[in-house]
Design a protein around this ligand. Sequence first.
Ligand SMILES: NC(=O)c1ccc[n+]([C@@H]2O[C@H](COP(=O)([O-])OP(=O)(O)OC[C@H]3O[C@@H](n4cnc5c(N)ncnc54)[C@H](OP(=O)(O)O)[C@@H]3O)[C@@H](O)[C@H]2O)c1
Length: 292
Amino acid sequence: MKKSVLVSGSSGQVGTCLLELSESSTQFEFDYMTRQELDLSSQESIKSVLHKPYDYIINAGAYTRVDQAEQEEELCMAINAEALKHLAQYAPANSCIIHFSTDYVYNIDPGRPILETDDTKPRSVYGKSKLKGEEYLRTSKKEHIIIRTSWVYAAHGHNFVKSMLRLGKEREELGIVSDQLGTPSYAPDIAYAVLDIIGKLESNNFDRQSSFGTYNFSNEGQTNWADFARSIFLKSDIDCRVNNISTEGFNAPAPRPLWSVMSKDKIKSQFDLKIPHWKDALDRCLKILGES
Ligand SMILES: NC(=O)c1ccc[n+]([C@@H]2O[C@H](COP(=O)([O-])OP(=O)(O)OC[C@H]3O[C@@H](n4cnc5c(N)ncnc54)[C@H](OP(=O)(O)O)[C@@H]3O)[C@@H](O)[C@H]2O)c1
């Protein structure tokens, strides 16, 4: 019998990629739910959906409007934090929850790629809400995998790559922040890794019990937002000059971490994953968008 998988937030970047990639799955049966079908801000909605005995719950739904979260703390906390308490509470006894978190929980600079064991010091409402969600999951004692990712983009949805393609064609020059370092994460690569991980959790010769816990995931390599924009323009043949600006100068409502380069050693060795470089991922995205 096929194992059953629930995916929340199915219209989001990661949710949509999971939907597209899992279409041909012979091992799992997927139920994809939009916000209308499973509202993470509602305990009742979570409870009613979890009557079905899912083997896996992939929580791709989230409040992701980082700046707006500073004004909507209650809603952000309900979706990113309280929902995890309820998901863990109502999830069938033997189900495993796969949850996504963020580089925003760290907000530290250890002078090397960040490890999962490093301190967490989120400053924004969004970062705090994601950390609280993680904590609810960890203390629930439910089998879970938390994947902290960063700078997510895809060929669909709202993201930096699509904004740059639009703005780069409209303007001759743009000021882009250059003092935040990190690594973009291509949503199809996140989705591929998650499907690979649940496939491995189901294989007989895999040590399932030692796999639960918290992992970093992004593409390989590192960059900053200004250089990322330059790469987008170069690969897409867009003539737009990028001027470096500082995080302070940009003055966004929510504080951003300056160092978001994360080590992926743990997830790569535990699940034997090969992670593509961010430049390779960008090429694939631009090709889908017809820009290269
Ligand atoms: N985007 C990033 O740069 C980034 C960076 C680091 C970590 N992450 C994490 O990665 C995960 C996936 O992010 P993403 O980029 O795929 O996000 P996304 O594209 O913004 O999608 C979020 C999804 O959550 C849904 N959602 C919003 N409120 C909801 C609610 N009350 N109940 C159920 N679903 C709700 C949205 O539905 P509607 O469209 O209908 O509102 C959408 O389908 C999230 O956990 C996020 O925190 C993202």
